[in-house]
Design a binder for this molecule. Structure first.
Ligand code: MRU
Length: 358
């Protein structure tokens, strides 16, 4: 798959593969302003924690272009407001704010007391956003190599939602682990939970893996207990949108149920995520904000209404899996094991020492 997030600096445009149309059609949405990017994030043209971080970083690069074009005294204040709106486009995935903060850090460092001409900031933002994109794919590959050691030849791995190339700059977190195991020569089969209501598993995970020739079978979300009870799953690997300091992990709604079942049936349950998904400022899962999405995602399917007109629905986009149900957190720095508070703090210290975290 060519990059699904493609920034054209000369054109001042961000081309995003429209994930809402997959697997039926492949078409781009073109963003030229921060508002275009915010709309793309909110409506799930692009989704997945690391991918929305990369997208928001390019959104900052577009915001500075708009500020240069606008000019005037208010341009800097307006740019600051645009960055904040980008960071707030979706509340749960911490990579989004992490990426915007990293862009802000570049701005602060370059100003050092004096106002930097915004035209100069443009080049710095372009470079930083491109660096975030490149780093993300590279660290997914590192994460994949660490995680692949946990899978055995012949394993069938269940994954929930899409934590693949489409959810990152490329290669994927959970799917990166599976890809790396396959590259090592292991015969891995995958069960993709369909992932109601947005169907990231059925539409996106199945599409990606089928393109790579990795055997994949789609199962309804509620088939998990049955499949595990029959010994059909040897490991679970999922991604994450935010990991609290104690290891509690927010991921797509339904993930916690899979983790509870995995514990019951003694199937190892792994989370694969970059260190930028760890929110050290949030002590545990209770502090993670959970996005609620429009009711229409639940009430309608294939253009048809599937619930009675006046019945309300819940559409929580994420849930929080308690750290105690997680067998290991696979990061670019290695596989973290319980107690996660200590392991996370040590991994972050190591990454800060190497300059990888801000
Ligand atoms: O609502 P989404 O599709 O953005 O949710 C995505 C997930 O929950 C993924 O599992 C998570 O972001 C990890 S992506 C590598």
């Amino acid at each position: 798959m060519n990059s699904h997030i493609r920034f054209d600096a000369d054109e001042g445009a961000l081309h995003l593969l429209d994930q809402r149309l997959l697997p039926e059609a492949e078409a781009d949405v073109v963003c030229r302003t921060p508002d275009d990017v915010i709309d793309a994030l909110k409506t799930m043209v692009v989704r997945g924690a690391p991918a929305i971080g990369v997208t928001a970083a390019f959104g900052c690069a577009l915001a500075v272009r708009c500020a240069v074009a606008r000019g005037g005294d208010a341009a800097r204040r307006r740019l600051e407001a645009d960055l904040e709106r980008l960071a707030a486009a979706r509340p749960t995935a911490v990579n989004l704010r992490w990426a915007v903060e990293r862009m802000r850090g570049v701005w602060r460092a370059a100003e050092a007391g004096e106002d930097l001409p915004l035209a100069e900031l443009q080049a710095l933002f372009d470079r930083e956003a491109t660096a975030i994109q490149r780093e993300d794919e590279a660290l997914c590959r590192r994460m994949g190599r660490h995680g692949a050691e946990l899978l055995r030849d012949g394993d069938c791995v269940l994954t929930h939602c899409n934590a693949g190339a489409l959810a990152t700059a490329g290669y994927g977190t959970a799917l990166g682990v599976i890809r790396a195991a396959v590259e090592q020569g292991k015969r891995i089969r995958v069960i993709a939970d369909e992932t109601r209501p947005f169907l990231q598993g059925a539409r996106l995970t199945a599409w990606e893996l089928a393109q790579d020739g990795i055997p994949v079978t789609v199962a309804c979300d509620n088939a998990c207990a049955h499949l595990m009870s029959r010994g059909m799953i040897q490991a679970v690997v999922v991604g994450a949108d935010r990991i609290a300091a104690n290891g509690d992990t927010a991921n797509k709604i339904g993930t916690m149920g899979v983790a509870i079942l995995a514990r019951h049936f003694q199937v190892p349950f792994y989370v694969a995520a970059p260190l930028s998904t760890i929110d050290a400022a949030t002590p545990d899962g209770a502090g993670i904000p959970i996005e609620e999405r429009p009711a229409g995602e639940v009430t309608r399917m294939g253009g048809r209404r599937i619930t009675p007109e006046d019945v309300p629905v819940y559409n929580f986009a994420f849930d929080v899996t308690p750290a105690g149900l997680i067998s290991g957190i696979i990061t670019e720095a290695g596989v973290l094991r319980a107690p996660y508070g200590d392991a996370i703090a040590a991994a972050r210290r190591g990454a800060e020492g190497g300059g990888a975290l801000s």
